[in-house]
Design a protein around this ligand. Structure first.
Ligand code: SF4
Length: 325
């Protein structure tokens, strides 16, 4: 495990509410609680996985951390600086240390640009390299991700999905970032290619001392790469724990249900799948009390009225449940 005790990122009470309008006169009809009060830290060199169903707010959380969206409330502290209090120019300067790898390598690369120009672009924007030195740096970055200089003159459509994601990673590495948000970075790839990219990310983390926030809806990929895992449901973290401990003893009923759906390779170790009833509630109208109570097999009266706080349990897990497992 690559975790160290040095704090790199701290997220405090982070919220993003999107007002929405409806009808003839476009009056505001309500607010979508996309991210509804996140608190967590990330240490230098570690990988924090963030997992949850589509629509739980995990990608919005990533964008808020990178200052690509303005929060409704809360703070993002990075290397001791409150990013949410910075002006645009200062955010631009800090952002070179914070990068993102997107889900879809097919649409995140400009199809008209050559690989050389795609990878060189951030270096040119920040005026860091020119001429032969720029080209050398591009070759160095391509080699880091398992490509080489022969690929420089090609366009994205000439590559496979996995290779395109390698190009996206080379581009994200160009400015020597300390934190990379991987937003569903392997979700669009075949399973065998997924593990190649995950192994590449782990290798790069070791070599370049990178810190990752790895956002995904699939638990196997999150398990493969994360040191700690935060489980999100309707804009909130419902459980946060060390990876192995979370998989061995989930404390929140939602985590338990997610884990029960992960296939086990050993047929002798059969486990019962917990089928959640109903769909994810509408984040514009989240259930009162515990937001999971409409689907929770253990819900009791108090769950329908009092929201549970995210509290440390005896085994060190943080869990937001009145009746942790
Ligand atoms: Fe289920 Fe109640 Fe715990 Fe919510 S607080 S997860 S409804 S048991």
């Amino acid at each position: 495990m690559s975790q160290t005790s040095q704090l790199l990122l701290e997220v405090k009470g982070l919220k993003k509410h999107f007002p929405f309008k409806q009808g003839l006169f476009s009056r505001q009809k309500g607010v979508v609680h996309a991210v509804d009060g996140l608190d967590f830290t990330v240490n230098r060199g570690e990988t924090l996985g963030i997992v949850g169903e589509s629509g739980c707010g995990k990608s919005t959380a990533g964008q808020l951390i990178l200052q690509l969206l303005e929060p409704t409330a809360g703070e993002v502290w990075f290397e001791g600086q409150n990013l949410t209090a910075l002006g645009k120019e200062d955010v631009r300067k800090v952002r070179r240390h914070l990068q993102i790898i997107f889900q879809d390598p097919y649409s995140s690369l400009n199809p008209r640009m050559k690989v050389e120009d795609i990878v060189a672009e951030p270096l040119e924007v920040h005026g860091l390299y020119k001429g032969a030195a720029l080209k050398e740096r591009v070759v160095e970055l391509l080699r880091l991700v398992g490509l080489d200089e022969h690929h420089m003159s090609r366009h994205p459509h000439e590559f496979s999905g996995g290779q395109r994601q390698r190009i996206g990673i080379a581009r994200a590495l160009a400015l020597n970032p300390s934190l990379i948000v991987c937003d569903e970075a392997v979700s669009a790839l075949d399973v065998s290619i997924q593990s190649q990219i995950l192994n590449l990310l782990k290798k790069l983390q070791k070599e370049l001392k990178l810190t990752y926030i790895f956002i995904a809806h699939g638990l196997p990929a999150v398990k493969h790469i994360s040191d700690r895992i935060a489980v999100m449901y309707l804009g909130k973290i419902v459980e946060l724990a060390d990876r192995d401990s979370l998989f061995a003893h989930p404390r929140h009923p939602y985590t338990q249900a997610l884990l029960s759906a992960v296939p086990v390779p050993d047929p002798t170790q059969r486990k019962e799948r917990i089928i959640l009833q109903g769909d994810l509630p509408n984040p514009a109208n989240p259930p009162k009390g515990c937001s999971f109570h409409t689907r929770c097999p253990y819900a009791q009266d108090i769950c329908r009225s009092a929201p549970p706080a995210l509290e440390r349990q005896a085994d060190g897990h943080l869990a937001a449940c009145h009746f942790p497992l």
